[in-house]
Design a protein around this ligand. Structure first.
Ligand code: ADP
Length: 519
């Protein structure tokens, strides 16, 4: 700014003028100065006047010092080198101290030179020149002071702004929520709080990185779900807070998000996001939704499944009445048997439903259970059925024990072994194997393997659903595996099935005595 003023005021001067730093470096010179020094319109920047004068350097330095110490113009004499070898410009000088310069923040000098030969003995010319100079000097001083005040004022406001900004950043850093600020045009991150850095596993401060690369996963460009367009009005000014929920692609956590465009410390409009983790709430909502759907399914299935034995009973009651009228005892006996069978089916269905409603909670306290013994007991209970199916069952000796509700886990074993025998299909030699194996992650899984009809991969999940039967004409209620799954999951374990086409293997995990007790 000061340099511009200098150029403006001294451009038309016939006398050489220089703007000089306190150490003698030439910051600016006018056309007359350039001409005097014979520099062809191009005075090299950063030259010290001691290099451009033939006056001894120490005298030049002393003169500059005097000018700096004085509040009045200081007269002096300097001999300047010119473009013509052997020719020097002998000048009267006046040095003025300007209080402060915007760029240097320290006093600078205005040096005004008048060639002696031009001045001659004309005091009138000299006086006129001095007057010109004084006017220019005062204008410059005035401008300089004005700028200095502006700077100081601006610096004060800036300082307050910075302090307020830093206080805000400290508060944001302490929040238990992700907070970040990003440029709305370049997507560059300008601020991330401690929580964001820790939760998203960002190395360093993250500042300078691109938001869609650092905060999300697998984005080829700005996120399709970016809310930037919603944060400003049609004139590009900050609009209201925009609130939304989103599952972060980087860490899969759910967030309740508040986005807002704000004015950043440097004046640009940026996006600030505050995202609170709501994963727990979201998960409970999902479980609740699932439970509701299950309940709906359950009610529908019960009414549907109970209907068929009722229709049978009603039908045979009608035949019973007609058979009684004609005293056909043989047919009456057959009708009664059918009615009893349908009633048994209803009983089995209701027993299963009752059982299912009971296992919402584990009633029996956990204890150590030998899985080998549990399997053998289940086989004993199923002896008649196994014999009828001609099945051969082998059980691994000394399988690792578990720490569970023993009664429930025996039910699991019985259910899986019964299914393995039941779904043997046309297999002449049904074989079932009960054993255990160590999984890749080091955990022990138990399995029940058969050589029966197998299960298509697309039904691997479906069969664990309530009332899901792959063959609607098969015996059974479709509740068994739903029950098994619920029991296993209540123990913190998991169950899954694999099938090769030559039978199925049901795997499940359960807490082992040491791990369960450690917890
Ligand atoms: P249910 O046996 O009473 O029908 P489950 O819930 O025990 O009910 O089983 C659900 C369905 O899964 C069965 O109807 C059957 O289609 C299938 N399934 C279960 N176990 C096996 C198995 N070992 N092999 C082939 N299919 C099976």
């Amino acid at each position: 700014m000061l340099r511009q003023c200098f150029d403006e005021f001294t451009r038309s001067f016939a006398q050489a003028c220089f703007l000089i730093s306190s150490t003698g470096i030439i910051l600016r010179s006018n056309a007359a100065a350039v001409q005097m020094l014979g520099q062809g319109g191009n005075l090299p920047a950063g030259r010290n006047i001691t290099q451009l004068t033939t006056t001894p350097a120490e005298m030049v330095v002393r003169y500059l010092k005097r000018c700096l110490q004085s509040t009045e113009p200081v007269p002096g004499a300097l001999r300047w080198r010119t473009g013509t070898p052997g020719h020097e410009a002998d000048c009267y000088c006046h040095g003025y101290r300007l209080l402060i310069s915007l760029e240097e923040k320290e006093p600078v000098l205005l040096l005004y030179c008048q060639l002696r030969e031009k001045v001659g003995n004309s005091f009138a010319a000299l006086n006129q020149t001095l007057e010109n100079l004084r006017v220019s000097h005062h204008k410059l001083i005035h401008k300089s002071n004005q700028l200095t005040n502006e700077i100081l004022e601006r610096e004060g406001v800036q300082k307050k702004l910075i302090e307020a900004h830093e206080r805000l950043m400290t508060v944001l850093n302490g929040l238990d929520a992700i907070v970040y600020v990003a440029d709305m045009q370049t997507y560059e991150l300008l601020f991330l709080n401690r929580y964001a850095i820790d939760t998203l596993g960002i190395s360093g401060s993250g500042v300078g990185e691109i938001c869609w690369q650092t905060l999300q996963k697998d984005q080829a460009g700005p996120c399709s779900f970016c809310t930037n367009p919603r944060l400003v009005d049609t004139e590009g000014n900050p609009a209201d807070v925009y609130r939304w929920e989103f599952q972060n692609t980087q860490n899969d956590c759910w967030y309740d998000i508040r986005d807002r465009a704000i004015r950043w410390i440097d004046g640009r409009i940026v996006r600030m996001e505050i995202a609170t983790d709501i994963t727990k709430r979201k998960k409970s909502e999902q479980v609740l939704e699932q439970k509701n759907a299950e309940l709906e399914n359950f009610t529908y299935a019960i009414s549907h499944d109970l209907k068929s034995p009722i229709i049978t009973i009603k039908g045979f009651l009608g035949s019973l009445v007609s058979d009684a009228r004609i005293s056909n005892f043989e047919r009456m006996e057959a009708d009664i048997k059918r009615i009893a069978k349908a009633a048994d089916k209803m009983q089995a269905l209701l027993d299963d439903v009752l059982e299912l409603s009971r296992i919402g909670r584990l009633v029996n306290p956990s204890a150590e259970l030998s899985m080998t013994e549990a399997a053998n007991e289940a086989i004993e209970d199923l002896a008649a059925f196994i014999k009828e199916k001609n099945a051969v069952i082998t059980v691994e000796a000394d399988m690792p024990p578990v720490f569970v509700d023993c009664h429930r886990i025996r039910e699991v074993m019985q259910n899986l072994i019964e299914n393995a025998v039941k779904y043997s299909g046309s297999q002449a030699e049904p074989r079932v194997e009960v054993g255990s194996k160590v999984l890749a992650e080091g955990q022990c899984a138990y399995f029940v393997k058969d050589n029966g009809i197998g299960i298509e991969a697309k039904f691997y999940n479906k069969i664990f659903g309530l009332f899901e039967k792959l063959d609607p004409y098969s015996d059974g209620t479709g509740i068994g595996l739903a029950l098994v799954k619920r029991i296993i999951e209540l123990h913190g374990g998991r169950i899954w099935v694999e099938s090769t086409g030559h039978g199925s293997i049901f795997y499940f995990t359960l807490p082992q005595p040491q791990t369960a007790q450690e917890e």
